[in-house]
Design a protein around this ligand. Structure first.
Ligand code: NAD
Length: 503
């Protein structure tokens, strides 16, 4: 689409907040129109109406942004760790001042409920920037001494230009997880947002400029995957690519990145199991199992979307689980202060989830809650799907094996630990897994046997910015968060010093 929009325009949000929404591509600290003039409409998930339009980057714009970043890297790489850290701390402070507005923009654009969901994402963004700001002056190599006549040491150097491609389910948070370690380690960035949720990060771009990041160090592009995303992933001027999104796209990114053998980090899809043994604290299991799939409308890569309950406690668990979801997961639009579950992000996702619900019914699974679109009053205009629980599922069913990415969970039964570990691993994915038991030995043995990048014992989805996040198998490669996440943004250079006459 091509419509002429100013590169910034005034917006009034449903909660009355007024602000200047940028619409341009953020390159060299300026908002500019795309070369083609093409734009993307951002749709309000609660109404289906257009929230606003932004310029869409294509290959030429990616070239311009990468050039800007390469130029900026020449001086940014000489900035000391202390000074990078100071800038990141300053950025986090300013981000914090804008917390309320950013929560509202994020909710408006993505469908997250503001008070029960978006606000926590923004809080975590601030924490992530502060965490990595603290690391900026603590990036150290090693001294390696094997031979008295040889001194060797490593320097952990930044890659240079990092391309970053993020999804729509956590637009601010996925950006924070990538930008903060990349910048702390001395890289420069060209980041592409999802075409479905471009608004909040464009506003954040203003903060980078305001606190004094030099032009070209952070560049933010709105744009489609098949054009801007593909150009970024294959660009010869990009040294590393970090991606969060679907496994199908992750495979394309890895292929595109082979153009210049870029370093690649991929955080992809999942179908994470949650196991409830007969000795578990059922009340706790119920609460975490609900957080694990019903929060963020089930649009969580690590959502524990397959629950396996021991046959002795299955019926009791299902009864309590259903009652808890009804009581604590009210559905409503984003600015309804009591609502926890908002609309799905887009019509495409909404239709995809309803289709999976039909497939589940046809496959013979039983719906004990939800299983349909929410058509109550004004919600009928939006992409609202009722929290849905399927029971009586079989291992071969598509709803048990495929990522639905909505508030839809399947609950199966098991008899033995061996059987349930087999179920847990019978997937191409390997992102998260949760185990509920009071037996500490069984818990650790299961954690060891389950093929996943993260295992929670007696909780689910309680990720923590200090602890590495990522998957195995088709869920991805590399890790984000914590010190491991920082290590993905440096590479070791070895320096050998001959201390004598070794020849
Ligand atoms: P997606 O793969 O469709 O898109 C993700 C991003 O990739 C978007 O910015 C998109 O524009 C871009 N893209 C699409 N095609 C591209 C191409 N050919 N080349 C380059 N870029 C391209 O995923 P989505 O629908 O936005 O997000 C949902 C998926 O993301 C789910 O599968 C979910 O599990 C996964 N996810 C994973 C994590 C994780 O950390 N593991 C976190 C959030 C989401």
């Amino acid at each position: 689409m091509t419509v002429s929009v100013p590169v910034e325009y005034e917006v009034t949000l449903p909660d009355g907040k007024k602000f200047e929404q940028p619409a341009g591509l953020f390159i060299n600290n300026e908002f500019v129109k795309s070369v083609s003039g093409k734009t993307i409409d951002s749709i309000n998930p609660a109404t289906g109406e257009v929230n606003g339009s932004v310029y869409a980057a294509e290959a030429e714009d990616v070239d311009i942004a990468v050039d800007a970043a390469r130029t900026a890297f020449k001086s940014w790489k000489k900035v000391s760790g202390v000074d990078r850290g100071k800038l990141l701390f300053k950025f986090a402070d300013e981000f914090e001042k804008q917390q309320a507005l950013l929560s509202s923009i994020e909710a408006w654009d993505s469908g997250k409920t503001k008070d029960q969901n978006a606000i926590y994402d923004v809080e975590e963004c601030i924490a992530v920037f502060r965490y990595y700001a603290g690391w900026a002056d603590k990036i150290q190599g090693k001294l390696i001494q094997n031979d008295a006549k040889k001194l060797a040491y490593t320097v952990h150097e930044p890659f240079g230009v990092c391309g970053q491609i993020i999804p729509w389910n956590y637009p601010l948070l996925m950006a924070a997880w990538k930008l903060a370690p990349a910048l702390a380690a001395g890289n420069v960035v060209v980041l592409k947002t999802s075409e479905l949720t471009p608004l909040s990060l464009l506003y954040v771009a203003k903060i980078f400029k305001k606190v004094g990041f030099p032009p070209g160090v952070v560049n933010i592009l709105s744009g489609y995957g098949a054009t801007a995303g593909k150009s970024l992933a294959s660009h010869l001027g990009v040294d590393k690519i970090a991606f969060t999104g679907s496994t199908a796209t992750g495979k394309l990114i890895q292929q595109a990145a082979s153009a210049n053998l870029k370093a690649v980090t991929l955080e992809c899809g999942g179908k994470s199991p949650l196991i409830v043994r007969s000795d578990a604290d059922i009340e706790q299991a119920v609460k975490w199992a609900a957080i694990g799939i019903m929060s963020n409308q089930g649009q969580i890569c690590t959502s524990t979307s397959r629950i396996y309950v021991h046959e002795d406690i299955h019926d009791e668990f299902v009864e309590q689980y259903k009652a808890h979801v009804i009581a604590d997961y009210k559905q409503g639009e984003m600015f309804d202060g009591d609502a926890v579950v908002g609309p799905q992000v887009s019509k495409v996702q909404h239709d995809k989830i309803l289709n999976y619900i039909s497939i589940g019914k046809e496959e013979g699974a039983k719906i004990v809650l939800g299983g349909e679109k929410n058509t109550d009053g004004a919600l009928s205009k939006g992409y609202f799907i009722k929290p849905t629980i399927f029971t009586e599922v079989q291992p071969h069913m598509r709803i048990v094996n495929e990522e639905i990415f909505g508030p839809v969970v399947v609950v199966g039964k098991f008899k033995t630990d061996e059987e349930v570990v087999k179920y847990a691993n019978s997937t191409q994915y390997g992102l998260g897994a949760a185990i509920f038991t009071k037996d500490i030995t069984v818990a650790h043995n299961m954690a060891s046997d389950i093929e996943a990048g993260m295992v929670w014992i007696n909780s689910s989805n309680d990720s923590d910015i200090h602890i590495p996040f990522g998957g195995v198998k088709l869920s991805g490669v590399g890790r984000e968060l914590g010190e491991y996440g920082l290590s993905m943004y440096t590479q070791a250079k070895a320096v050998h010093v001959n201390l004598g006459t070794r020849l």
